[in-house]
Design a protein around this ligand. Structure first.
Ligand code: 5GP
Length: 190
């Protein structure tokens, strides 16, 4: 079994988290890297579980210290992948998945050319909008920010190794698990 780094990107609200959770249920050896962010914690989130929640100063300190593999500003907050969540696991022969936005995915590709990049697309932009509103996690301003960013992110699709359309969660999760399983079973090449 090869050690692999997977990146799952795509617009906010598209269902990346759900697909990853489903794929992990099928692939227990796969680990998820917990990102750091400066965005406020939502009531149902726990520090160290969904994210490492950091204040601006601590995030900046860690950027300065080189602790991030990639980091971005997104809709007014900072998000980043900590090296400590990824590098040792890969050295130990494990496989890791990152759930990040598109600019971060590009940076990972640059730094780790062997990473497998997966883009999750909504069936339509209207469907994405309905999902973002339906999950009730964001204010009206946040929803419109996220939709504006999403339109931009959709243009990055051709840069990815695979695109999965999240038209049906069972089907899409099975597609993700299948492609991850094949990558983990294939010879390493970079
Ligand atoms: P949310 O605020 O909804 O949790 O996340 C907003 C966006 O930031 C989502 O598209 C999410 O995938 C992305 N994101 C989460 N963690 C990271 C990270 O470590 N790096 C990057 N580049 N994006 C991230």
């Amino acid at each position: 079994m090869s050690s692999r780094l997977f990146v799952v990107a795509g617009p906010s609200g598209v269902g990346k988290g759900t697909l990853i959770a489903r794929a992990r249920a099928a692939l227990p050896e796969l680990e998820v890297a917990t990102s750091a962010t400066t965005r406020p914690r939502r009531p149902d989130e726990r520090d160290g579980r969904e994210y490492h929640f950091l204040d601006e100063a601590e995030f900046a300190r860690r950027v300065e210290a080189g602790e991030f593999l990639e980091h971005v500003s997104y809709a007014g907050n900072r998000y980043g992948t900590l090296r400590s969540e990824v590098e040792q696991r890969l050295r130990d022969g494990g496989s890791v998945v990152l759930e990040i936005e598109v600019a971060g995915a590009r940076e990972i590709r640059r730094q780790m050319p062997g990473a497998v990049l997966v883009f999750v697309a909504p069936p339509t932009m209207a469907d994405l909008e309905a999902r973002l509103r339906g999950r009730r996690q964001n204010t009206e301003t946040e929803v419109s920010d996220r939709l504006r960013i999403a339109a931009e992110e959709m243009r990055a699709r051709p840069e990815f190794d695979h695109t999965i359309t999240n038209d049906d969660v069972d089907r899409a999760a099975a597609e993700l698990a299948d492609l991850m399983r094949s990558a983990m079973n294939a010879e390493e090449h970079g």
